[in-house]
Write a protein that binds this ligand. Structure first.
Ligand code: FES
Length: 105
């Protein structure tokens, strides 16, 4: 892992299945989602307003914003339910042992 963009973000043990947790990585707040055995990362701030997605409701691969109930697909960040229209930024994930690494530019 010579690429310095990969940052150790969280332990898998602190990431419950079918839940979302916020972490700050290199000064950026990121939402990390665990859906069954898969892990995904997006920016934590909704693109529609000032709401943190870590306070929302994760249903399968969709995160529902807690403020206006817009929804995003956590796999690619695309908005899937209005009023959310703009996609979320996503971040590559790598799991090594029990650690989750996020790639941040
Ligand atoms: Fe997220 Fe409006 S702030 S849908």
């Amino acid at each position: 892992m010579a690429d310095p963009g990969w940052i150790d973000a969280i332990s898998l043990e602190k990431l419950p299945s079918d839940d979302v947790v916020a972490v700050t990585v290199a000064g950026v707040e990121i939402a990390i989602y665990r859906v069954a055995d898969e892990v995904y990362a997006t920016e934590n701030l909704c693109t529609h307003g000032m709401a943190r997605l870590c306070d929302g409701f994760l249903d399968g691969h969709e995160i529902e914003c807690p403020l206006h109930q817009g929804k995003f697909d956590v796999r690619d960040g695309r908005a899937v339910c209005e009023p959310a229209i703009e996609p979320l930024r996503t971040y590559p994930i790598r799991i090594e042992g029990s650690r989750v690494y996020v790639h941040v530019e």
